[in-house]
Design a protein around this ligand. Structure first.
Ligand SMILES: [Fe+2]
Ligand SMILES: [Fe+2]
Length: 278
């Protein structure tokens, strides 16, 4: 199968559509939480930011989907928009059920008038967020910071994000080929440019989050439960291992996000050569 061909398009769209799961966030097996678990869940400082991100994701993806002429790609991107909106709904259900403090401010950042560019920026952002999120999720789950039934629900969300980034990477290569930019080096250069923008935005979000949460008490008590025995190298290893595990289930003919795991793998190899810095 040639990347960028009609067969490629059929393959990545159909795999995405066929792997969609139906569920209603309101009737998931949400567990009853004791006071300690409720306190830990409520102390997590970023639920409002996560909800905002999912609401914005739904808006960007739906807006871009409306512009797509190809019926199969339109169906797949519309389905992604539906899933992003359902992520926001899942978070709303959780926030309401457990009495978490989080508002829904209006989506004040206007979506760019270049919707293809907005979707591409969003997609590379998802690739970066997911790579780091895989490691955070694994570490949080292993620490038992929240009850396992909640992680099982969040895992459905992680699974959908994994499908989104695989779909996105293939869509990107397919439409770049259609526009005459399909050569591998051009795609790599393009990916590096978008990733640098995505990482810049991620650092901005982290800075804003740190400012917004200054003086709140998540850091000392709650974070220590999560970060017990944590090293940066260990975190990067978890990101790589989880990325590989979650990607293993996809059709081997499809492209997979590669840049961040490759960069992380090179960094880990460098660390191995300097064992005293571990
Ligand atoms: Fe999402
Ligand atoms: Fe997503």
């Amino acid at each position: 199968m040639r990347i960028g061909s009609d067969e490629h398009k059929q393959r990545f769209c159909r795999q995405f559509i066929a792997s969609h799961r139906q569920f209603d966030p309101a009737i998931l097996p949400w567990p009853d939480l004791d006071d300690a678990a409720l306190g830990r869940l409520r102390s997590i400082p970023f639920w409002q930011e996560v909800l905002y991100t999912e609401r914005r994701a739904g808006a960007i993806v739906a807006a871009y989907a409306a512009t797509i002429a190809d019926p199969l790609v339109h169906e797949a991107v519309s389905l992604q928009g539906f899933e992003e909106a359902r992520h926001a709904e899942l978070l709303r259900v959780m926030i309401h059920r457990y009495g978490i403090a989080a508002d829904e401010p209006p989506l004040d950042e206007p979506i760019s008038s270049n919707l293809r560019r907005a979707f591409a920026d969003f997609g590379y952002g998802e690739c970066a967020d997911s790579f780091l999120g895989f490691g955070v999720f694994k570490i949080a789950r292993r620490s038992g910071f929240l009850p396992e039934p909640l992680f099982e629900i969040f895992d459905m969300l992680m699974r959908e994000e994994t499908r989104h980034i695989v779909f996105f990477i293939n869509w990107m290569a397919w439409q770049q080929t259609a526009r005459g930019y399909g050569a591998r080096w051009l795609r790599a250069e393009n990916a590096a440019w978008y990733y640098s923008r995505a990482i810049g935005r991620l650092l901005g979000t982290l800075r804003r989050g740190r400012r917004a949460n200054d003086g709140k008490d998540f850091s000392a008590t709650q974070a220590s439960a999560l970060l017990d025995g944590f090293t940066f190298r260990g975190f990067v290893k978890e990101c790589c291992a989880e990325h590989a595990r979650r990607m293993a289930g996809f059709d081997s003919d499809l492209l997979l996000p590669r840049l961040l795991p490759t960069v992380a793998g090179v960094a880990l190899a460098g660390w191995r050569l300097r064992p005293s810095t571990a």
